[in-house]
Structures are given as structure tokens and as C-alpha cells.
Design a protein around this ligand. Structure first.
Ligand SMILES: Cc1cc2nc3c(=O)[nH]c(=O)nc-3n(C[C@H](O)[C@H](O)[C@H](O)COP(=O)(O)OP(=O)(O)OC[C@H]3O[C@@H](n4cnc5c(N)ncnc54)[C@H](O)[C@@H]3O)c2cc1C
Length: 488
């Protein structure tokens, strides 16, 4: 549908106030559309949000969320709503071993003031890493070299079998591939399609130091988005909180959507469904029959959830001076020193958040068991934890944290255009080429906003370009692009 109306006369209802919905809504408001962002909760952020935890009387993040320099669309969204200056950037990560507490920093190196050209920038620290044996390092070098070659996007290979073919050692698999890569993708190695793992390794360790730097919010996540609500209101748009959308109907005569919540009805010319896959399935089941609806339902059926658990601990004293760490060889995977990352909290003692990715067995523990396990393991990395007094603790289990990216999943990720007129899809699980991340959500929001503009007869570009590979990686990618794609 397109007519001569100015964009300010078009009404758009964006359902879902997560990163996908906020990015779509803000982009469309910037383009002049009148947007209503409809969110079932009383705050924005969806899975990447914070809330007052009644058990500890603290505002905690649903879970620590990190971004990387390569997350250009998320960064673009943060910039649009004034949140970027609240992100603290860190150029490296440190692996730490239980028992000895031995540390192995990873990340870019400089010679004097000059950074090494990509992909060599990460090499000196990898060579020096005590966490890896010589055989592990040779194995990692072999795998990285293989990733300089193109990977067919539709390969049916999973990472576990590819690693086997690359002759990876147990140390390289357990301490790098399982801990760093599989936990970033939040799934087991045999449930991850090779192109997704290749993307993570290239962006975090190979393409450039800028792409691999890690960003963390210095404020609770939902506070980051205060600017999004202001951005919308300042442009004649709005956010409707505590409004669970129960159904959506298309009136073919008026050419408009009506969206029903418990409190009433919202009319719109365009609809953007920015929901997780399971909520999308529920809502589209209420919509009128449409060609392609069965295919979409079948695509959604193929998606699977993976859990993430976090244990939040407050101690009477400092346990470590580190801001964050990768914890080797135990069930805990990551430590974030929230007291240091968010100094405004003025925590007496310290506040640590410990993360366990993709572990269904940890998710099955009771609260008490999870805290006990976390305390035991933490003391193996930071002995001060065994001497400190635990003041309070919270456990957050997200069993529907992320969707998996097994081989063949791309066929189950729909684009922004839906089977219904003037209705568009967004959400991290849609076709973005990215795994289940805030970047995927922001990309999907920008793609859906572009699709709305196109349907309204206005061409707008919101998708942010990818960061260009630097140094030797520029040559590698150009060369690779000209070669016939084949499985390495
Ligand atoms: C524990 C955990 C840790 C994570 N760690 C990271 C990380 O470190 N880095 C990273 O990049 N990503 C991470 N992720 C993934 C990231 O949070 C998601 O990929 C991203 O936030 C998804 O955004 P979204 O907008 O697509 O979906 P959601 O965030 O799920 O947003 C959907 C919104 O729709 C609302 N909604 C649902 N149904 C309705 C309805 N019927 N009516 C109205 N509103 C509705 C929901 O309340 C929600 O606000 C993590 C996720 C979890 C859970």
C-alpha cells in the first residue's frame, strides 16, 4: 500500500518493547511516522532489561548483557536515543584458572603505541596465554587459519564436527571453543551451525581490535532506554505500558489493523510484531487466514530455547580487583564485578554477577543449590570469597533466554515481510544472519522499519553498515569473496 500521504499521517503499532521493538519504533518516529510502542510489561528492554528484585531490594539486570564493537545496529540505536555514553568499553578479556587463580589475558596488543594489523593483533596474547598448552595454541592457530577461508552460509556442518576435523585439542575445545564461543552463542558445540561460530570468532578475534572490544552498561539496562521513550514522545509517538496484545485484526476495507489489549483497541495503518518466536506464534494464531501463514507457523515450530542462569552475590568485602573474567573448567562461565562496572551503586563490600550459559542442569538446581555451587566455585578462583561474608544473594533463571542456531536454522528465520498486508516481523530470531543477541534484535528492528517505509512509499535506510575488517583481514576477505565458496 502506498499513497500520497505524508509519513506523519501514517500510524504504526509496534508490539513488543524489547530492543527489536524499540529500534523499529525509534527509526520510524525519526522518519516521521506516528508510532505507538505497545509493551505488556511496565518497563522497556524485554529480555535485556532490569527490575527491582524484591528478594534483595536491588535493581538488577535480568542478566549481564554485553555488546561488542561489531554490533553496529545496537550502537546506532543507542546513539539515536542517547544511551551510548553510558556504555563502558573494555578492550580485552581475561581467562582465570581454578585453584591457582592464574590469569591469561586475551585481546589486542600494541607494539609501542602502534596496534598490530588484524588478524595479528590478537596473536601475542594468545601465544602468551598460560591457559593453553603449546599443542592447544597450534590447534587454535590451525582453526583460525581455516576461518580465513569462506564458509558456505547454508553449510550443514555443526561446530563440534568441524573442530574435530580441524584437529582441535581437548584444551582448545574446553577452554576456548566451549567457553568463549559456545557460551557467546549459548548452546552446545554440536548444536551450533558453523557459520555462526565463524562469525563470532572473526568479529571478536580477527577482523579488528575495534570489532572485538566489549561494552557493558554502567546503568541498569532499563535505565539505558529512558531515552527511547523520550525520543518517541518528543516526535509525537508514544509508549503504552502494561498492555498485553491479545489479538490483531486486519480490516481490508479501511486498510487498517486493530490491535486488542485488555484495556481497549489500538488502530494502526501498519503493524510491526517485535516479539520472541513463541509470542509471535501465539499472536499470529489470532490473525486472519493468509497465504504463507502456515509456512510461518512451521518455521516458528523449528525454533528451540536455550537457558542462561545468573547468580548475584553481595559480599561484605572486595573479592577481586577484576572487572570481569572468564572462569575456566567449572560450571560458572563468566564473572562480572558489578560494583566496579556500576560504581554509582556505592556497594559496601562488593556485588558480583556470575553467569552460566546453555546449562540445563544448572537451570534445574534449586536456588539454594545454585548459590552453594556458585560460592564453592567462586572461592576456587578468588580465595577471598571463602573468607568473606555473604550479605545477600539472588538467582535468576531464564529458561527461554535465547534461540539456538543449529545447522539449517536459517530456513526457519523469516524476513521482515509477513504473510499479512502491512504487517512486518522483527525480533532477534528473524532473518538477520546474527545469533540471538541484542544486535540481531536491533538489526531486525531497523530492517522492519525500512520495510514499513517502503510499503508507505518512502525509501529510508536504517540498517547500519558492518564494521569493515582492518589490516590484513581486508585482503583476506576480498580474496575470499572472489573464490568459489567451499567447505574448508
Ligand atoms: C539471560 C540472558 C542473557 C543474555 N545475554 C546477552 C548478551 O550478553 N548480549 C546480547 O547481545 N544478548 C544477550 N541476550 C539475548 C538478548 O537479550 C536478546 O537477543 C534480545 O534482547 C532480544 O530482543 P527482542 O526485542 O528481539 O525480544 P525481547 O527482548 O524478548 O522483547 C520482546 C518484548 O515483547 C513483549 N511482549 C511479549 N508478548 C507481548 C504481547 N502479547 N503484547 C505486548 N508485548 C509483548 C515482551 O514483554 C518483551 O518486552 C541474553 C538474553 C538473556 C535472557
Amino acid at each position: 500500500m502506498s499513497d500520497s500521504r505524508h509519513s506523519s499521517e501514517w500510524r504504526v503499532a509496534v508490539i513488543g518493547g524489547g530492543v527489536a521493538g524499540m529500534s523499529a519504533a525509534c527509526a520510524l518516529a525519526e522518519a516521521g511516522f506516528r508510532v505507538q510502542l505497545v509493551e505488556r510489561r511496565g518497563y522497556l528492554g524485554g529480555r535485556a532489561s532490569s527490575y527491582l528484585h524484591p528478594g534483595v531490594n536491588e535493581v538488577i539486570d535480568n542478566c549481564q548483557h554485553v555488546l561488542f564493537g561489531c554490533c553496529t545496529n545496537l550502537i546506532g540505536f543507542y546513539r539515536r536515543v542517547g544511551a551510548l555514553q553510558r556504555i563502558h568499553w573494555s578492550s580485552g578479556m581475561t581467562m582465570i584458572e581454578p585453584g591457582t587463580g592464574r590469569r591469561s589475558p586475551l585481546g589486542p596488543s600494541k607494539i609501542g603505541l602502534v596496534g598490530l594489523p588484524a588478524p595479528l593483533h590478537a596473536l601475542p596474547k594468545l601465544i602468551a596465554a598460560k591457559a593453553f598448552t603449546r599443542a592447544d595454541k597450534l590447534a587454535l592457530a590451525r582453526a583460525f587459519r581455516a576461518l580465513l577461508r569462506p564458509i558456505p552460509p547454508d553449510t550443514t556442518q555443526d561446530v563440534a564436527s568441524w573442530l574435530k576435523r580441524q584437529g582441535q585439542t581437548t584444551g582448545a575445545i574446553e577452554r576456548f571453543w566451549r567457553l568463549v564461543i559456545a557460551s557467546a552463542l549459548n548452546a552446545d558445540l554440536d548444536s551450533i551451525a558453523l557459520p555462526y561460530a565463524a562469525k563470532v570468532v572473526r568479529e571478536l578475534f580477527m577482523n579488528s581490535a575495534e570489532a572485538g572490544r566489549m561494552g557493558m552498561s554502567t546503568v541498569p539496562l532499563s535505565e539505558l532506554y529512558a531515552g527511547a521513550a523520550e525520543f518517541l514522545r518528543g516526535r509525537g509517538s508514544d509508549v503504552i505500558f502494561n498492555a498485553n496484545v491479545e489479538s490483531a485484526n486486519w480490516d481490508g476495507v479501511k486498510e487498517q489493523w486493530s490491535v486488542t489489549t485488555r484495556d481497549g483497541m489500538i488502530a494502526a495503518d501498519f503493524l510491526v510484531l517485535a516479539l520472541p518466536f513463541e509470542a509471535t506464534a501465539k499472536l499470529v494464531a489470532t490473525m486472519p487466514p493468509a497465504e504463507g501463514a502456515a509456512k510461518l507457523a512451521a518455521q516458528i515450530e523449528r525454533h528451540e530455547h536455550w537457558p542462561i542462569c545468573s547468580v548475584h552475590l553481595w559480599f561484605d568485602r572486595e573479592i577481586t580487583d577484576m572487572e570481569h573474567a572468564i572462569l575456566l573448567d567449572r560450571e560458572l562461565h563468566w564473572m562480572y564485578n558489578k560494583g566496579r562496572l556500576q560504581p554509582w551503586r556505592k556497594t559496601r563490600g562488593s556485588y558480583l554477577e556470575l553467569l552460566v550459559s546453555a546449562s540445563r542442569s544448572f537451570a534445574a538446581l534449586t536456588r539454594e543449590q545454585a548459590i552453594e555451587k556458585a560460592l564453592d566455585e567462586l572461592a576456587e578462583f578468588f580465595p577471598e570469597a571463602s573468607r568473606a561474608k555473604l550479605i545477600k544473594a539472588a538467582v535468576v533463571k531464564e529458561v527461554r533466554a535465547t534461540f539456538g542456531v543449529p545447522p539449517g536454522i536459517d530456513a526457519a528465520r523469516p524476513g521482515a515481510v509477513s504473510p499479512w498486508p502491512n504487517c512486518f516481523l522483527a525480533g532477534d530470531w528473524t532473518a538477520t544472519g546474527w545469533p540471538s543477541t541484542m544486535e540481531s534484535a536491533a538489526r531486525s528492528g531497523h530492517l522492519a522499519a525500512e520495510a514499513v517505509c517502503k510499503a508507505a512509499g518512502a525509501q529510508r535506510k536504517f540498517l547500519e553498515p558492518d564494521l569493515k575488517p582492518r589490516g590484513l583481514m581486508r585482503l583476506v576477505k576480498q580474496g575470499a569473496g572472489n573464490r568459489e565458496e567451499r567447505t574448508p
